[in-house]
Write a protein that binds this ligand. Structure first.
Ligand code: SF4
Ligand code: MG
Length: 329
């Protein structure tokens, strides 16, 4: 399938009083038409900054796009002006974030906010746009949408607000939807409903999704392909089957062992990857995972392994010295 987004050697760094933070440090991946790519990692792995970079929403300064390209529809988004990006965001590329309260405007009704987006991007008048708004709310499973359009964000529950965000995101038929931890703030039942809704919407609209999460349980539900990030870099990439059945990187394996939702594990039995997530200010030498890795060798402490294609598959990659040594993982 055709590539619809190509991120090439993206480096987004932050220059702060406490030093340089290489939040995203040489990241490359593709998203194909109609595909869901999950970017997974602990907080501070650089996954959100990757999403923000694609949207060109990183605050500059302290942030800086040090290098790289973000090719969307054949054009490099990093070369676009802010004005051009405003037209692309919410039109060709839509986004959903973790806490919809911060992305919804508290002083406007839900209907007016959807209308504003629809009028801006589809050139409809207010009356037509309000009909679209009601229809969208119905589609995302909000009961009595004619009444709900007149309500304010604070009158809705967290789950309902996230449905409104999805309605807004999809009301412009985006070709790419970027979702950053969209269900993390919701309880499990509501989370399952929202993921269901997103899958259904994706099928209907054939859009591609970049889905950012720390939760491999969510990855299992949503992903076609997976990119695992650690310390600002990709450490493993593969199809969802490859990641769950044949993970190669010790970090990915650790994440898999710590999933609570699979195979009815009890909370007490959960595996925990020992050690702290490294501070982006003070990343270790060599492999960034080495202080936490049970397989770490001398070379791991001195030299960083590069991300290498494995199995002759351009979309199957891993960065670990064990693979170079030919050890079977
Ligand atoms: Fe562990 Fe070394 Fe592989 Fe890093 S390179 S994950 S420290 S074995
Ligand atoms: Mg984040």
């Amino acid at each position: 399938k055709e590539k619809m987004l190509e991120v090439k050697d993206l480096r987004t760094h932050f220059y702060t009083h406490d030093g340089l933070v290489p939040a995203v440090d040489g990241v490359s991946f593709n998203i194909r038409k109609g595909e869901t790519l999950c970017i997974v990692g602990e907080s501070g792995s650089g996954k959100s900054v990757t999403a923000m970079s694609v949207l060109k929403l990183v605050p500059i300064p302290p942030g800086k796009y040090v290098s790289g390209e973000v090719i969307f529809n054949g054009e490099d988004l990093l070369k676009k002006s802010n004005e051009e990006m405003r037209k692309i965001r919410g039109n060709d590329i839509a986004m959903i974030f973790q806490e919809p309260m911060t992305s919804l405007n508290p002083v406007f009704t839900v209907g007016n906010q959807i209308c504003e987006t629809v009028m801006l991007h589809q050139g409809l008048n207010k009356g037509e746009a309000m009909k679209v708004a009601v229809e969208m709310l119905r589609k995302v499973g909000i009961p009595s949408p004619e009444k709900r359009v007149k309500e304010y964000p604070h009158q809705l529950s967290g789950g309902m607000r996230q449905r409104v965000m999805i309605a807004m995101a999809l009301s412009c038929n985006p070709t790419l939807l970027i979702a950053d931890e969209p269900t993390t703030a919701l309880d499990v039942t509501i989370q399952a409903q929202i993921l269901d809704l997103m899958r259904k919407m994706k099928k209907e609209t054939h859009s591609s999704i970049m889905f950012i999460t720390h939760d491999l349980g969510v990855v299992a539900e949503m992903a076609d392909r997976v990119v695992v990030m650690y310390g600002g870099k990709i450490v493993e990439e593969g199809s969802v089957e490859e990641i769950f059945n044949d993970a190669k990187h010790p970090y990915t394996k650790g994440l898999l062992k710590s999933i609570p939702t699979l195979k009815g594990k009890r909370k007490e039995d959960l595996y925990v990857i020992e050690g702290m997530v490294p501070s982006m200010y003070k990343l270790p030498r060599g492999c960034k995972f080495n202080p936490r890795c049970e397989y770490a060798m001398d070379i791991c402490k001195n030299k960083e392994p590069s991300l290498k294609v494995i199995d002759n598959d351009e979309e199957r990659k891993c960065a670990c010295w064990l693979l170079e040594k030919g050890d079977v993982l």
